[in-house]
Every structure is written in structure tokens, then in C-alpha cells.
Design a protein around this ligand. Structure first.
Ligand code: ATP
Length: 878
């Protein structure tokens, strides 16, 4: 086996890559980028445009249409056959364009959250698009990052990586820069990190050894199934519905044709009737319109800062009935400011204190008595907070930024302090351990959740020097924590240890330094958003790592309930108990990421559709398993974003609320045009079928195709853009088990379909006036009246969904346009293809009568549905 970078010492790899630990120059990086190409893995298994096109024709309904075309050719109706073929191809193209665009736009939305990489260029660390990495780049990795390229480790601290993407093993793998055996299998290359794997813990620097298709995942990219989950439950349901419709009409034709033949109808007419039935039943435009509406919705959500990463999420959003949300940065601003500190036994309001800090360090002994002034103790606290810290005043973790700002505001030059006191060892912060420690030669500084620091400390800093931390003192500390927390302050404890050699020693000698209270004000718009979600029948639960009292105080200011449960309790309860309790809890505090999964499972077991937010790498399992995983765009790690369905660009809770609202409105519009199209198709089938029983062939295939084109085309599209009805957020969430074809829709299809059928048959017999066969005039009347009726019904259906009549100018325009097209068929030479004649004024009068007669029928149907088939009422999905 050739020696790879994994088996060679780090400095040899650096020189082989003609680079140093300081990284490349920007110029050299550009040159290498031109040489090696972008650092991207091309997924070969993605759907090609051809796949998407072919998929458009994979439907029973299309086969029904093609059969109808074949029969038309046989019957000598070539025009019909050509028209059908044109419709099939046009529909295929339209569907293709929609599907393709939807896929592209999802793809481009996903790119907006494409991973970035921290890389050393020209000697300083900068953030670049991961696709711009080149071999020889020195990258910095930290917990939550997706490894951007195959790289050889130079240094690491506690680095653990999840390599499941590559090896299938989802146990965390510890890494170290030591060379490994040249023949070791990939899974044992501890000195390497590989593109596409997730950093779970710690941090590292590494030199890029391979990019793009040269990486290990590049080599297996072909096998890497790009789980293209573009079909939504709704689309699947509609597919199923289409199949049933197709088979249903085939069965009906099989019944009607022999019947007609028995009754002396000519084989030609029987065949044409079968063709009409087939064409009548097919809602040609439906799939494309659904895709288009969902795609428009996804765009609109993106404009409102919610990036949908998977199309099915759009519908699922409409059924969400519990939202579990983070607190920090989502409900609150995430902009922290140190407000007060406590050092045994004084509370100091930092806002009112200027330079409290003398930069007196631990290295300088306290005065002979061991006494430290208040200023000194506060100064020590600020110093610890600034050193046990990875942020700057405006970059990094908000809690840590606040500490840097507080130190700066009170006289520290933090950068100079850090340069003077370099870090020699550390224990990084994690949401599980809730603390961190840094070692600077022989002094360590710690900060973390007060109870964690209290449990580790054995001494406490006081005015009279360092004292034992007695249980009584610990109680006083807890009282102070509660007092801060009840004021909605976030509380952090800070401490230090002297005479330590490395991070493992910290706990042995830990002195409790004091408490820091930070303000993180609630976001202004969130209280309203929470009230709106409440009205919409959605339960909001806060899931936070923060202290119970702080969390409850914030919950209260936001108008949420304040029934709390702690992460520990979540752990103690078994599944059944948790399932019972979880319903009434508003705030889960002091939780770790694994608690999120349990809370989620308990809620889902109770039948809820749950949206859950998260940002850290450890939130990924909860995000994946949630019905809607919501990752943070600003704060979120790449791993969390990859696991999510929706990314909030602004991290804001109010954005979730708006996305839910959008999801509901989109579903409403899809409902409207599915109801509209299906009720039209059913009425067409019924009219053709019943008329044929009397020996008449009305609505030949060309006319039906035309009707479907007019109704499925522009008006259905315009319906997709209907404004949301005022009550979308005033009703309970949609039951996800109930498909789109619910009781109301069945009622509408049956009721409105019957009204149309009865009125149209009435018109047929009135215009026939005893004639034995249908004349072109009769046919034209039936054809035209049916088109007009469809547009009337369109508005009636919108009433059922509380949509104000004149609220959608596009709809009015599209109806007017479609009517013009109908006139074109009547009054231009196009006539000859449709077998129509021009209508006179009196005939239009008759059409008006038909509309007037049908209107009360439709209105009665809508009223009856509203009364007897309330939304979410009986009537299962088909
Ligand atoms: P949320 O889960 O709503 O984002 P959170 O930010 O408080 O809330 P975590 O980040 O898990 O949740 O933090 C849990 C606790 O750990 C905090 O309450 C705080 O006491 C402590 N903590 C947070 N950040 C740090 C940090 N950078 N260093 C040390 N301790 C921290």
C-alpha cells in the first residue's frame, strides 16, 4: 500500500503539500484552485433532467389519454388524436419545467446554507466557502462543523468526529495527529479527518490533503444516494388518486361500451364515448399546478427568512401542533450584556460602575492579610471571564462576547491580556457538561452553569481571602442565583484554580469566584407571534439549557405558561410517565440535547406533529426525527442545518410562526384547486355517461380537452396565488392523517358535481327539444355553458374557504382570458376543429339562465357543507 498522509508525520505532509502551518497565501490558493478545481463532490445519482421528463409520463392517466388518442385515430378523428397528443406532450413539458424548477430552486436554497470553512490564508484565519478549499490549505475545525475536505491533523484538542457518512459507524471517533500504520483501514486513520464527516467535539487544525472528487467521499459519490425527497405526501396522495381515477374510468368504459353496443349504438359512437369518458376523467394539469404552488410557497417563505430544504416540509408545516423552541437567540435577542455581578457577598451593578477592574492578576499576591478589595474581586471575575473565552467583542458565542465587552468596558485590554497569558490547555464548553475551563501555565479559569461550578469548587473567594466553601455559603450562592434568575437574568458562575499543571487538575483546587448576571432581552415580535400560534391551536414549549428560573421568567414575559420541568426529570421518568407529563409542561430547563429527543418522542407518541428547533451538532438527532426540524441560520452549525427541514435565516421564533401560517395558506390553496378540478372532472364524466345512456354523445373529446385546458390552466394557477383567508391562524392544525380529499371535498365534488350535471342535462334536453341526435348547436351550447359554469363554481368554492370574492385580481384576469379563448373557439375558424357553431345573443341569454339556475344550487351545497361537514369533520381520505 502506498504511504498516505495518515501514516506520515504532520510536518512531512506539510512540506509535501508545499505549505506551512500558517497556511497558503491567497494568491497561491487561487493558483491551486485553478489547478485542482472546486472542492465539490458531484453526485452522479441525482435525478437528471431526462429522468424528470420521463417521470412526467409515468402515470395511469397519461395511458388513459394515449389509449383515447389511439381509439380516435381508429375512429378517423385525427384532430382529436393530435390534440390529445399535443395535450399529453404539452402537459409533460409543463410538468417537467415545474418539477425541474422546483428541484433547482430547492437546490439553490440549500446552497444559501452551504458549508463554509475557516482557513488560514496570508497568515490569518478567514471564513471561505468550503468549495474554495485547495490542497495545502490549513483549516481550523471546531465542534459542529462538517469537515470540508480530507485533511491531515496538525493539532487537536479533544477532537471527536462522527464518520458515519463514510464508514457507516456512528460511534464518535477520537482523533490524534500521531501517524498511524500505513496499512490501517480507513476507519482507523485517527490522524486524518474526512470530507463530509461531522465534528462532534473539540477543535483542531489540519492541512488539506485532498479536495473534491479526490476525497474519500468523492470516490464513493456514485453510491451516495442523494435522497431526493421531492415527492410530498400530498403529491403521493394525488398520484394515488390519479391511479384510482384512471382505473375507475377504464372500468366505467368497460361497462358502458358493451351497454351502448347492446342498445344499437354504432361501434364508432361507442368508442368515441369511451374516449370522452377517458378524457373527462383526467385532471391533466393537476400535478404540475401542485408542484408550482408548492414552489411558489417555498420562494415566498425564503423571502420571509425561512428556507425550506425539503418540499414535504411545506405541507407538514400546516399540520404542526407543537413547537419546541430554543430560548437563547430564538425567543430572545441573543444579544447579551453583563448587568450585575455577585462576589461574596456583594451585588455590583456593572452598568453603574466604571473602571472597577484593576488588572491585578492571580500571579500578584493579595496583600499580606490575604484581603482583596471589592474592585479586585470583581476585576478577577472579569479577567477570568475574558480569558476562559473564545469570543471577541463582536464575534463568537453571545455569552462570551458579553464577557469580553464587560471586561473591555471596565478597563481591560482583552487582547493584550490574552497575548500576555497564553492558553496552554482547555476543556471546551459543551451543552452536556455546561462548563468550560482554560489553563494558562499554572492558573486555570473556569466558567459555567452555577450548579456545575458549585459542585466542583471547594473554596470561595471572599473579602478576607480564599475560604472553605461551606454548605451554608453554597446555599447563599444558590439564593443569589435564584434572585438573578427571577429577574430573567442568565447566570454564569466563574472560578479559578492555582497551581494546576493541566486541565485535568482544575477541579482539585477550584475556587468559586462569583456570579455574573446577563440580560438577554426577549425579541420584540415574539410575544405577538406566540399569541398567534396559541390562537392557531399550536402549543409552544421552550426547551433550553438555561436555568429553570431564568427560563420561567422569560416565558412569563412572553406570555407563555410557566409550568417547568428540568432535564433531570426528563431523564428520571419512564416513557409513559413522560408522555403524561409532557403535555402540560411549558418550559423544559437545564436540558441537554439528548433530552430533546426524548421530549420529541413523547410528544410524537401522543400523536403530535412537532416542530423542533436546534443549533448544535448534538441537536441533529432531534432535528432529523422531528416532523419539522428547524435549524438556525446564523447560530446553527452546518451539521444541524444538514439535518433540518427548514433553516431560519434570522434565528427568530416569529419566522417559524409565519412559516406555519404560509404552510397552512398553501395547503388551503391546493385544496381549493384540487376540489375545483376534481368536481369538474366528475361532472364531465357524469354528463357524458348519463347522456350516453339516452343515446346522445355530448362533449366530444376535443371539447373536454379544451374545457380542461381552460380550467386547469390559468384559473387553477391563479388559485394557487389566492391570498390567505383571514382565518388560517384561527383554526386548529390540520390532522396530518386526513388527506387532502376530506369530507368537505367529497361533499363538494358530490354536491357541486350533481348540481352541474342536473343543470347541464336540463340544458341538453331543452336545446335538443325532441331531436333524436345531438346537433352542432346543441353541442356548442352544452360546451359553452359548461365552461361558464366552471368559472361560477370557482368563486363558490372560494366562499367555502372564506376567500373574499374580489381579492385575487389574477384570478379575475385568468377567468376573463379563458372566456376570451372560449369566444375564439366559437367565432373564429378554429370552430371547424371543435365542431362548434357561433352563438347568438339569445343563446347567451340561455347560458345566463343556466348560470342563474345553478347558482342557488351551488350556494346551497356550500351552506350544507359548512353546516354538516365542518372542517376537520368526518369523511376520510380516499
Ligand atoms: P438554549 O438552549 O435556549 O440556547 P442556553 O444557551 O442557556 O439556552 P446552553 O448553551 O446549553 O443553553 O447552555 C447551558 C448553560 O451552560 C447556560 O445556562 C450557562 O449556564 C452555561 N453556559 C452557556 N454558555 C457557556 C459558555 N460559553 N461557557 C460556559 N458556560 C456556558
Amino acid at each position: 500500500m502506498t504511504e498516505g498522509p495518515h501514516s506520515r508525520p504532520a510536518d512531512t505532509v506539510l512540506s509535501a503539500q508545499e505549505t506551512t502551518a500558517e497556511g497558503l497565501s491567497a494568491e497561491e490558493a487561487d493558483r491551486r484552485l485553478a489547478e485542482h478545481g472546486e472542492n465539490e463532490v458531484v453526485r452522479v445519482s441525482e435525478r437528471t433532467p431526462l429522468d424528470i421528463f420521463v417521470a412526467q409520463f409515468d402515470s395511469v392517466l397519461i395511458w388513459v389519454l394515449l389509449a383515447a388518442a389511439a381509439i380516435s385515430v381508429w375512429a378517423g378523428h385525427t384532430v382529436d388524436a393530435i390534440l390529445i397528443a399535443v395535450i399529453v406532450v404539452a402537459n409533460g413539458l409543463f410538468g417537467f419545467v415545474q418539477d425541474y424548477r422546483a428541484e433547482q430552486s430547492l437546490e439553490s436554497l440549500r446552497d444559501l446554507t452551504a458549508p463554509t470553512a475557516t482557513v488560514r490564508r496570508d497568515g490569518s484565519a478567514v471564513s471561505v466557502d468550503a468549495s474554495e478549499l485547495v490542497p495545502g490549505d490549513v483549516i481550523e475545525l471546531e465542534s459542529g462543523a462538517v469537515v470540508p475536505a480530507d485533511a491531515r491533523l496538525l493539532e487537536e484538542t479533544d477532537l471527536e468526529v462522527d464518520e458515519a457518512a463514510l464508514t457507516g459507524e456512528s460511534v464518535p471517533v477520537s482523533k490524534s495527529p500521531e501517524p498511524v500504520d500505513p496499512d490501517a483501514p480507513l476507519a482507523e486513520h485517527a490522524s486524518m479527518v474526512y470530507k463530509g464527516t461531522n465534528v462532534l467535539r473539540g477543535r483542531a487544525t489540519a492541512v488539506v490533503a485532498a479536495t473534491g472528487m479526490d476525497t474519500e467521499v468523492g470516490a464513493i459519490a456514485g453510491e451516495l444516494a442523494a435522497a431526493a425527497e421531492t415527492q410530498t405526501p400530498l403529491q403521493r396522495e394525488l398520484d394515488r388518486l390519479g391511479r384510482r381515477l384512471g382505473f375507475g374510468v377504464l372500468a366505467l368504459a368497460a361497462l358502458v361500451v358493451p351497454l351502448l353496443l347492446l342498445r344499437d349504438t354504432t361501434p364508432l359512437q361507442a368508442a368515441l364515448t369511451a374516449v370522452s369518458l377517458g378524457v373527462a376523467a383526467v385532471p391533466e394539469g393537476l400535478p404540475a399546478v401542485v408542484t408550482l404552488t408548492l414552489a411558489i410557497g417555498v420562494r415566498a417563505m425564503a423571502d420571509e427568512n425561512a428556507l425550506v430544504r425539503r418540499l414535504p416540509a411545506v405541507e407538514a408545516l400546516g399540520s404542526v401542533d407543537v413547537i419546541c423552541t430554543d430560548k437563547t437567540g430564538t425567543l430572545t435577542e441573543g444579544q447579551m450584556t453583563v448587568s450585575e455581578v455577585w462576589v461574596n457577598d456583594d451585588v455590583v451593578d456593572l452598568d453603574e460602575t466604571a473602571d472597577v477592574a484593576t488588572e491585578r492578576s492571580l500571579d500578584e499576591p493579595a496583600d499580606a492579610s490575604g484581603e482583596r478589595s471589592l474592585d479586585e474581586r470583581v476585576g478577577l471575575l472579569l479577567r477570568a471571564g475574558a480569558l476562559c473565552n473564545d469570543a471577541t467583542t463582536d464575534e463568537g458565542d453571545p455569552t462570551e462576547q458579553a464577557l469580553v465587552r464587560a471586561a473591555t468596558d471596565h478597563g481591560f485590554d482583552v487582547q493584550a491580556l490574552r497575548d500576555r497569558t497564553p492558553r496552554t490547555d482547555e476543556i471546551p464548553f459543551s451543552s452536556e457538561s455546561k462548563w468550560m475551563a482554560t489553563v494558562h501555565d499554572d492558573v486555570a479559569y473556569v466558567k459555567g452553569a452555577p450548579e456545575v461550578i458549585l459542585s466542583k469548587a471547594s473554596k470561595i473567594a471572599t473579602a478576607d481571602g480564599t475560604r472553605e466553601l461551606t454548605p451554608e455559603t453554597a446555599d447563599r450562592v444558590r439564593d443569589q442565583v435564584n434572585a438573578f434568575a427571577d429577574d430573567a437574568l442568565r447566570v454564569l458562575a466563574v472560578g479559578y484554580a492555582e497551581d494546576v499543571s493541566d486541565a485535568d487538575d482544575v477541579a482539585d483546587n477550584l475556587v468559586f469566584g462569583g456570579l455574573v448576571g446577563l440580560i438577554d432581552p426577549p425579541r420584540r415580535e415574539v410575544a405577538d407571534a406566540i399569541a398567534a400560534t396559541g390562537r392557531a391551536g399550536i402549543d409552544v414549549k421552550m426547551v433550553t439549557g438555561d436555568n429553570v428560573r431564568t427560563a420561567a421568567a422569560i416565558a412569563e414575559t412572553l406570555g407563555m405558561g410557566r409550568a417547568v420541568m428540568e432535564g433531570n426529570d426528563v431523564e428520571q421518568l419512564d416513557d409513559d410517565e413522560l408522555g403524561e407529563r409532557v403535555e402540560s409542561v411549558d418550559v423544559f430547563a437545564r436540558t441537554a440535547p439528548e433530552h430533546k429527543v426524548r421530549i420529541l418522542q413523547a410528544l410524537q407518541a401522543n400523536g403530535h406533529v412537532v416542530a423542533m428547533t436546534g443549533d448544535g451538532v448534538n441537536d441533529a438527532p432531534a432535528l432529523k426525527n422531528a416532523d419539522i426540524g428547524v435549524a438556525m441560520g446564523e447560530r446553527g452549525t452546518d451539521v444541524a442545518q444538514n439535518a433540518s427541514d427548514v433553516v431560519l435565516l434570522d434565528d427568530n421564533y416569529a419566522t417559524i410562526e409565519r412559516a406555519v401560517e404560509r404552510g397552512r395558506a398553501i395547503f388551503d390553496n391546493v385544496w381549493k384547486f384540487v376540489a375545483y378540478l376534481l368536481s369538474a372532472n366528475i361532472a364531465e364524466v357524469a354528463i357524458v355517461f348519463l347522456a350516453s345512456l339516452f343515446g346522445y354523445l355530448v362533449l366530444p373529446a376535443v371539447q373536454l380537452l379544451w374545457i380542461n385546458l381552460l380550467t386547469d390552466g390559468l384559473p387553477a394557477l391563479a388559485l394557487g396565488a389566492d391570498p390567505q383567508s383571514g382565518d388560517v391562524m384561527d383554526r386548529p392544525p390540520r390532522d396530518p392523517d386526513r388527506g387532502i380529499v376530506d369530507g368537505q371535498m367529497l361533499g363538494l365534488i358530490g354536491g357541486a358535481g350533481s348540481v352541474s350535471t342536473v343543470v347541464m342535462l336540463g340544458l341538453l334536453f331543452y336545446t335538443l327539444d325532441g331531436l333524436p341526435a345531438v346537433t352542432p348547436y346543441v353541442m356548442t351550447m352544452v360546451f359553452t355553458a359548461f365552461v361558464a359554469l366552471e368559472f361560477e363554481k370557482l368563486y363558490v368554492i372560494r366562499w367555502l374557504r372564506e376567500t373574499p370574492t374580489f381579492s385575487n385580481p389574477w384570478l379575475a384576469l385568468s377567468v376573463a382570458g379563458s372566456l376570451l379563448l372560449q369566444l375564439a373557439v366559437l367565432y373564429t375558424p378554429l370552430r371547424q376543429y371543435f365542431g362548434t357553431v357561433s352563438l347568438g345573443l339569445a343563446d347567451w341569454g340561455l347560458v345566463a339562465v343556466v348560470l342563474a339556475v345553478a347558482l342557488p344550487g351551488y350556494v346551497a351545497v356550500v351552506a350544507a357543507i359548512k353546516r354538516y361537514l365542518p372542517r376537520g369533520g368526518s369523511g376520510e381520505a380516499s
